[in-house]
Ligand binder design. Structure first.
Ligand code: IPE
Ligand code: IPE
Ligand code: MG
Length: 251
């Protein structure tokens, strides 16, 4: 797939690859239940899908891929499942970091680190430090992430700057808020995909997805393949993004 900008004007319109794709990886538990397996196995299979999709996203020319791995609300799950999910982040970083680095992937983890176990925080820091100069695919993992918490933290930082006399409230703009979020410097997602048939954002990138195209697919995350990703990109190409203006058919 090629970017439209690479395409001469007289050739048919090329497929536009969204610059930033964000995915709510849902349905691991139901994938496992369908097979009479424990939820843990579904999560483990979900990590396999992550590996395949990260590779495919890079090959398709996607610049930013954000994956929702653990929400700030997922602590409500049984302790054993929370511990399994923490273990999988550990496993993913330990097993895949070297290969990601070799492939030029830049890894960034967004979300709150305060309540994570220290060895996980150390692994996150290691992954970010090792890959910080890579610029092929930017892989952003949302872990212990919640959009409302992220906005609260941004507000606290902004209020602190106002209190310290470094910021005049009258100069606060949308850009000020964006620059204080965990995703500072990252373009807003063009396409948000959610697997498993649920049609909600579940606190994922709620500020950043204001004008994202949303694609919902019924497949459970462990069954999500590069082909499904390409289908979502094709659906994105059928959408007309208007950003509040008049569309091409309306003039
Ligand atoms: C997504 O799968 C993974 C996480 C939320 C961590 P689920 O665990 O939510 O799977 P379902 O929705 O119960 O099928
Ligand atoms: C959203 O899925 C969180 C992740 C995919 C990490 P959930 O399964 O937690 O969302 P709800 O509870 O169905 O809204
Ligand atoms: Mg779920």
């Amino acid at each position: 797939m090629k970017r439209t900008s690479d395409q001469p004007a007289n050739e048919p319109k090329a497929v536009e690859v969204p610059r930033h794709v964000a995915i709510i990886m849902d349905g691991n538990g139901r994938w496992a239940a369908q097979r009479h397996l424990p939820r843990k196995i579904g999560h483990r299979q979900g990590v396999e899908a992550v590996r395949v999709i990260v590779r495919a996203a890079g090959e398709m020319g996607i610049e930013y891929l954000t994956l929702y791995g653990f929400s700030s609300e997922n602590w409500k799950r049984p302790a054993e499942e929370v511990s399994d999910l923490m273990g999988l982040l550990r496993l993913f970083i330990r097993r895949d970091l070297a290969e990601l680095h070799q492939n030029g992937v830049h890894v960034r983890i967004i979300g709150e680190r305060d309540h994570l176990e220290l060895d996980i925080v150390a692994l996150i820091e290691e992954a970010e430090a090792l890959t910080r100069d890579n610029d092929r695919l930017k892989l952003i993992i949302a872990f212990n992430y919640g959009g409302q918490n992220e906005i609260v933290a941004a507000m606290r930082r902004i209020a602190g700057e106002v209190k310290a006399g470094r910021l005049d409230p009258a100069t606060i703009t949308q850009e000020t808020i964006s620059a204080h979020l965990d995703t500072a410097g990252v373009p807003d997602p063009d396409l948000v995909i959610r697997t498993s048939g649920e049609k909600r954002l579940s606190n994922f990138l709620i500020w950043q997805s204001a004008y994202s195209e949303l694609v919902f697919t019924d497949v459970f995350w462990p069954d999500f393949t590069p082909e499904r990703l390409r289908e979502a990109v094709m659906e994105f190409n059928l959408r007309e993004r208007r950003f509040g203006a008049v569309g091409s058919a309306g003039s």
